[in-house]
Design a protein around this ligand. Structure first.
Ligand SMILES: [Ca+2]
Length: 563
């Protein structure tokens, strides 16, 4: 009997100890694990926010930077959908199935649809009990309004709630493919969201804020806020545009000069780097200066509005007492965009659309007031009746001091700010980090801070191991094990290794640059250091074979030859 009682006591002790450990582990985890908010903006250049040298007012982002970290050498993939695929999965975009765009090119790596051989951050964070929310642009599965498959929509890829667009671009007053959770909706027939004026950037901010407000329970959340700001068309609310009236009247060169001076003050532009030369027309060559200046006033207002929305997200976190233990990361999906959408005339189209009709057009024929949407100098940019891109010259300003644009993997195409803010987890304040990083590191960082045991198999599929590294050592000491970073988009290609970068435009020779001395890529050293160039090009080839980058689909090669 005594033996029996002793055995019972031992069992009871073990059970109590076990339960205590479980509870305290649970409690500790819930207290320590931060919420995570990843904010991504669209088609913005390296110097487009205040704390990276812009004249555009971004006080909320600047405040995050002052109380956190700014990275000087963070990289994206040069384009909307590949960036989203890589960011969401922690592997290179070809491995994630989006090697080019969202069209199926018939080869592994180029399916144009998010692969099942990888997890999204939302899927990974769910394995450790995070709630998962998304507001904004998805763009990692094809958009087919009449025969949409939803197998790769956000709710099927780990998100609990979603409000946003499936397609990559559209009107800010009437975005095509707008959806809530698993259903397409019309912004003008949506009882759940009835603002006085519908403006997509505000709608994204408002839904992100709502998800924080409505988050319940002790578990942390992961939220992905993917703005379409400041992708074309140049659409902004008049109340925001008015702040920038006249600010761009002096033209491109004056603003590039101002930005370069501010970047020098910030330490972002060392004296030994040459600012890249201007691209496109001079201001004197521009005939309709008022229209051209208005393009940039609207662009600035779009960014200003996004920053105000980020301010509302931060306020909501503060209200809930969650700001200190939320890791906020802000980055951009590609460099400033030179594409010439809406920069030639089109005839007015007569059509009608009712409030309950779904908008399926990327470029609407008419506004919801049934006014024809116009382009080029036939209309001033800003309102719903216009559809205009800000053009090559302003993109050149956005990317100060770098060369090239979105699509290219020179520094103007792939360089992005990265702001990291997490008072409880990052001790340093208002510091810079110069270790090179890449979108592939975001998943690895989330997995690290969330305590995720990253699976090798998920839903019966073999999972590609993460390519990225956790940025925690960079947060702490600006250190990371040395590695190479690789790039490929539309056969523009690059590799970054330490202070070296090897880069080539489609069908052109490799160029070699020393990024410490010459990050603006003005002095090609390929002939001076042929062995370094050879070593890096071999590394690129090896990666390209491993990561489904080559062979290129025949259809892409045929199209390239036609052009
Ligand atoms: Ca983009």
């Amino acid at each position: 009997m005594t033996k029996y009682i002793r055995a019972c006591k031992v069992i009871l002790f073990i059970l109590t100890a076990f339960l205590f450990t479980q509870c305290s582990q649970q409690t500790n985890r819930d207290v320590d694990r931060p919420n995570i908010i990843v904010i991504l903006s669209d088609d913005m250049g390296y110097s487009d926010i205040g704390c990276y040298g812009s004249e555009i007012a971004t006080p909320n982002l600047d405040n995050l930077a002052e109380n956190g970290l700014r990275f000087t050498q963070f990289y994206n993939t040069a384009r909307c959908c590949p960036t989203r695929a890589s960011l969401l999965t922690g592997v290179y975009q070809h491995q994630a199935g989006i090697g080019q765009m969202t069209a199926d090119r018939g080869l592994r790596g180029f399916e144009g649809d998010l692969s099942n051989e990888c997890l999204t951050i939302a899927e990974a964070m769910k394995t450790v009990g995070y709630s998962t929310y998304m507001a904004g642009k998805w763009h990692v599965t094809p958009y087919r309004p009449n025969k949409q498959s939803k197998h790769n929509w956000p709710l099927q890829r780990g998100f609990d709630k979603f409000y946003g667009t499936i397609h990559g671009a559209g009107s800010f007053y009437d975005p095509n493919s707008l959806s809530r959770d698993n259903e397409f909706i019309s912004p003008y027939n949506d009882p759940e969201y009835t603002p006085e004026t519908f403006y997509y950037t505000d709608a994204i901010s408002d839904h992100a804020t709502k998800y924080i407000r409505e988050h319940e329970g002790d578990n942390p959340f992961f939220m992905y806020v993917a703005y379409t700001c400041a992708h074309w068309p140049m659409h902004a609310l008049e109340k925001d545009i008015v702040k920038y009236k006249g600010r761009y009247d002096e033209g491109y060169a004056a603003i590039r000069k101002e930005r370069a001076a501010r970047m020098k003050e910030l330490g972002l532009l060392p004296d030994n780097w040459e600012v890249s030369p201007k691209d496109g027309k001079t201001w004197e060559e521009i005939e309709y200066k008022e229209w051209e200046a208005r393009c940039m006033e609207v662009y600035a207002a779009m960014i200003d509005n996004m920053d105000q929305g980020i301010g509302r997200i931060i306020s909501e976190l503060e209200k809930k007492g969650e700001l200190d233990n939320t890791l906020i990361l802000f980055m951009q999906d590609n460099g400033g965009c030179h594409e010439a959408y809406g920069r030639s005339s089109r005839e007015p189209i007569n059509a009608t659309i009712e409030p309950e009709d779904l908008q399926t057009q990327m470029i609407p024929d008419v506004t919801r007031e049934n006014v024809p949407v116009l382009m080029w100098h036939d209309v001033m940019p800003g309102g719903p009746e216009s559809y205009i891109a800000y053009g090559r010259e302003w993109a050149n300003v956005s990317n100060t001091p770098f060369r090239y644009y979105k699509t290219y993997v020179h520094e103007g195409g792939i360089s992005t700010p990265l702001i990291a803010h997490w008072p409880k987890g990052i001790k340093a304040k208002n510091e810079w980090r110069s270790t090179p990083g890449h979108l592939i590191d975001i998943m690895a960082t989330c997995v690290d801070v969330g305590g995720v045991d990253y699976p090798l198999e998920y839903n019966g599929n073999r999972i590609i191991p993460l390519e990225g590294k956790s940025l925690i050592p960079v947060f702490e000491k600006d250190e990371l094990d040395e590695r190479m970073l690789f790039f490929e988009h539309l056969r523009n290609k690059a590799v970054r290794a330490g202070e070296w970068k090897l880069v080539a435009r489609k069908n052109q020779d490799w160029e070699l640059y020393n990024m410490t001395d010459d990050r603006t890529e003005m002095h090609n050293l390929a002939e001076e250091y042929p062995e370094k160039a050879e070593e890096l090009s071999k590394a690129w080839e090896k990666w390209a074979r491993r990561a489904y980058v080559v062979p290129f689909p025949e259809s892409i090669i045929r199209e390239a030859k036609k052009k």
